[in-house]
Design a protein around this ligand. Structure first.
Ligand SMILES: NC(=O)c1ccc[n+]([C@@H]2O[C@H](COP(=O)([O-])OP(=O)(O)OC[C@H]3O[C@@H](n4cnc5c(N)ncnc54)[C@H](O)[C@@H]3O)[C@@H](O)[C@H]2O)c1
Length: 342
């Protein structure tokens, strides 16, 4: 390991993005669970990578984590290459050398612990030390970009790039601009993520939970409430979820699955019934859903689709669902799932 210790809104995003330069050198601030995976992805994607962490011991843990994740990737045939060289090429900097770490960097992925005070302090220092325009993308799960940049001299380069754990495996990264983030910063971050093989999803604005946590935790809480209300056991709840909407959702997403398998009007009826019966605001149907149901009634299912992209025809979808079902059942046979009664 080489240890380096030497040293607004739409109007604000309206500037041109054509000139946004490509990202060559990336700083990953925080080499823990997320940062080590992010660093690996960037190194595998051909970027020059630097990792910043507290001290030599933390950096050694980060280096080992990167190697371990790299071995996992090669075992799973998700990566190829020479691990020694890959890790040798990563430069490691302790926190005291933050200015040296930031020099000449084109983009920073920040993966520090989720503390507002710490993120403000470190991002504030990076903001001064990094070249103008180089984006700083926070991975924070619970802090919004606008909270982090409050009272920061230049908030235009700060945005959120929310990687999903494990970051070296999961394809999507949620990219969320704050109120003041520039179009350049967004474009450079999106391009860099695509370069390293990720699927960046651009949200129109930064909101609590973004997409993944908002959907995931709404469902998770409902599952836990079923236990709390003594309706069913966890194994049975998981079996119903895995072999129904999660299985279809894994292939087509919840909205795509509704386009393929369900009607807008019938789903609306179920929501209205659940809302009336439970009073739970999670089930309160939206105006946009009612409007789609109306389009379905007057112009048919195709006209009322949520998804604009191509979805396979129903027969192909059924085949894919059956193939996934076989995979899940095969996993149960080796003890990785709950046993259903069929
Ligand atoms: N773990 C997850 O599942 C997950 C998923 C998505 C997003 N996130 C977000 O990613 C961020 C990082 O989470 P994590 O789970 O990787 O945390 P972690 O605790 O595993 O890693 C944080 C790293 O930052 C280092 N660090 C602390 N202070 C530092 C400083 N002053 N300078 C440099 N490095 C410092 C720590 O030593 C540690 O290695 C958080 O904002 C979290 O909300 C986490």
């Amino acid at each position: 390991m080489r240890l380096r210790s030497s040293a607004g809104e739409a109007k604000q995003r309206s500037e041109t993005t054509v000139a946004a330069p490509p990202v060559k050198t990336i700083l990953v601030a925080g080499g823990g669970v997320m940062g080590s995976g992010i660093a690996l992805v960037c190194a595998l994607g051909g970027k020059k990578v630097r990792v910043l962490d507290i001290d030599a011991a933390a950096l050694e843990r980060a280096r080992r984590a990167i190697e371990q994740k790299w071995r996992f990737m090669t075992e799973m045939a998700l990566a190829r290459g020479d691990s020694d060289r890959l890790v040798e090429d990563i430069a490691f900097f302790p926190a005291e050398a933050i200015e040296a770490a930031a020099e000449g960097v084109d983009l920073c992925f920040e993966a520090l612990p989720d503390s507002l005070v710490l993120k403000r302090e470190v991002i504030g220092r990076l903001n001064t030390a990094m070249a103008p325009r180089a984006p700083i993308a926070t991975n924070s799960g619970n802090l919004l970009v606008d909270e982090i940049v409050a009272s920061m001299a230049d908030p235009t380069r700060v945005l959120c790039a929310h990687w999903i754990n494990p970051p070296h495996v999961m394809p999507p990264v949620e990219v969320c601009p704050g109120t003041h983030t520039s179009a350049d910063a967004v474009e450079m971050t999106m391009r860099c993520l695509r370069d390293v093989g990720k699927r960046p999803m651009l949200l129109r604005r930064d909101v609590p939970g973004r997409i993944a946590n908002r959907l995931h935790f709404a469902m998770l809480n409902e599952a836990i409430k079923l236990i709390d209300e003594d309706i069913a056991d966890a194994d049975d709840i998981d079996t119903v979820a895995r072999y129904t909407f999660i299985m279809r959702g894994a292939l087509f997403g919840p909205l795509g699955a509704l386009d393929v398998y369900g009607g807008k009007e019938s789903s609306l009826k179920i929501l209205d019934y659940l809302y009336e019966a439970t009073g739970n605001p999670v089930y309160a149907a939206t105006a946009v859903h009612r409007a789609r149901a109306e389009v379905e009634k007057t112009s048919g299912r195709d006209a009322s689709r949520w998804r604009s992209g191509e979805l396979p025809d129903r027969q192909t979808c059924d085949r894919q669902v059956a193939a996934l079902m076989k995979f899940l059942k095969a996993n149960e046979a080796v003890g990785h799932g709950t046993q259903d009664s069929n």
